[in-house]
Design a protein around this ligand. Structure first.
Ligand code: AMP
Ligand code: ZN
Length: 439
């Protein structure tokens, strides 16, 4: 049921605006955001003061480089409300994601922020061919994670019939998909592939009415797209976002499927060299940095995503005039995304530090089996545990598994291994073996 390539645009005025007009809108919005941040957020004001930068020094997008960066650790240090630029009573929603250690990071959204986010996802769904005639099955998780609610709000805004399934329960997903005749799917690409494989195994492919989907929240490759498209006979479009900037929809693919259009009236994208922190030109891969232009709850200035990609301003056949970002080709830190959940090795470490019987040596091994990510955590036991307390090993193992589940939010297979059995390295410890081939 793949669709003929007809480019539908949700908000042509914003998405196809001529670039000069958009640039002056960005300049105005940037000035407002910097002023707001300086006046309301002590951490950021101190950082600007330390650099001798005043809000008046930021007049245009070209002045952006003068501003200090923000990082995920800022959200952790100021958890939960320290970075709010709006009074708490104006915050109508909290969304969250994994932090680098035990504590999650949260972002507060005002009504304005939820409206902007909703519009961004509406643009994405429209770009993937969606509209009022569609039945959109949302199988991203609903909750603190922005995937479920984000896709839901966007599909709702375009006037589609929304089926809020949330994640998991594949048999029920397939039953609803075939009975209701869902035409669009929103979930992670790996879960969509798993759904596709299961539908084919059940011999139900002929019963599907699916035509396209918005798939994101984790890295995927062009080969994975081809596979997913043929399994479900759909157009599979990429969608990108992050909690701190505004959830999914920050950038999205149109049916041309060659890069994600950045919603440039709401966010500014830069690419920097992650080491020198200097801006890089379009076409050069580097770390993606975002500045929000319309967020009022928790605006972000020069937020380092640690995602690696390239930007291009080459025109797109769909008619949108926004710049596009490539697929995410890697990270500048050690964050993994496992079943759509961000996982940092430091979180695993936080689960182990105060436990007796384990040494501070561990290894994360990630595999993708039947399109589903599996995490195995190997932890070294202490000599004492290994030689004198064999009877307590099982209890320790299940305690670690429980902690990982509650801190990281996903189940892991935990293995306790003998002392000194994990490889030691002289430089930076290698704690991850990722066998998934995602880039
Ligand atoms: P979260 O805030 O939990 O939604 O996580 C945001 C992170 O998920 C981003 O910084 C990316 O690393 C990753 N991510 C989201 N969408 C995509 C995508 N389409 N492709 C690759 N990675 C993605
Ligand atoms: Zn396009």
């Amino acid at each position: 049921m793949k669709q003929p390539k007809v480019h539908k645009i949700y908000n042509p005025e914003a998405e196809c605006m001529d670039r000069e007009t958009r640039r002056s809108l960005q300049n105005k919005r940037l000035q407002e955001t910097v002023k707001l941040e300086y006046e309301r957020v002590p951490l950021y004001r101190a950082r600007m003061d330390a650099r001798g930068v005043k809000p008046e020094d930021i007049k245009t997008v070209d002045d952006l480089y003068k501003l200090p960066f923000m990082e995920k650790t800022d959200l952790r240090d100021e958890f939960p409300f320290g970075l709010l630029a709006a009074p708490k009573r104006d915050i109508i929603r909290i969304q969250g994601s994994s932090g680098t250690t035990g504590k999650p990071i949260v972002s507060g959204y005002t009504q304005n922020d939820v409206d902007v986010w909703t519009e961004m996802v509406a643009r994405a769904i429209t770009a993937a061919g969606g509209g009022p005639d569609d039945i959109v099955q949302v199988c991203y998780g609903y909750g603190l994670f922005t995937g479920g609610l984000g896709a839901h709000q966007g599909a709702d805004r375009v006037g589609a019939m929304v089926v809020p399934m949330s994640s998991g329960n594949t048999q029920r997903q397939i039953m609803m998909m075939t009975e209701l005749g869902s035409t669009m799917l929103c979930c992670t690409p790996s879960y969509a592939t798993y759904l596709g494989e299961t539908v084919n195994d059940m011999g139900l492919k002929d019963k599907l009415k699916l035509k396209s989907g918005c798939f994101g929240a984790e890295p995927w490759t062009e080969e994975m797209r081809q596979k997913l498209e043929s399994l479900l006979d759909i157009d599979a479009c990429d969608i990108y976002g992050l909690t701190e900037i505004g959830g999914p929809g920050v950038a999205f693919e149109c049916l041309e499927k060659h890069g994600m259009h950045v919603n440039e009236d709401h966010v500014l994208a830069e690419i920097i060299d992650p080491v020198t922190e200097k801006p890089l030109p379009y076409g050069t891969p580097g770390e993606l940095v975002f500045t929000t232009l319309t967020k009022t709850g928790m605006p972000m200035l020069r937020y380092r995503t640690h995602d690696i990609c390239t930007l291009t301003d080459e025109p797109c056949a769909c008619g949108r005039t926004t710049i596009r970002m490539s697929r995410i080709t890697g990270r500048t830190d050690d964050m993994l995304i496992i079943r759509g959940v961000n996982v940092f090795p430091s979180q695993i470490e936080a689960c182990l530090v105060d436990l007796e019987g384990v040494a501070p040596f561990y290894m994360l091994i990630v595999d993708r089996i039947n399109s589903t990510d599996k995490l195995e955590v190997q932890v070294e036991m202490t000599e004492e545990m290994f030689s004198d307390k064999i009877g307590e090993i099982e209890a320790l193992r299940s305690k670690i598994a429980d902690r990982i589940k509650s801190v990281v939010g996903i189940s892991a297979k935990v293995q306790l291994v003998p002392p000194k059995s994990l490889p030691r390295s002289e430089g930076k410890a290698k704690r991850i073996i990722d066998n998934r081939n995602l880039h």
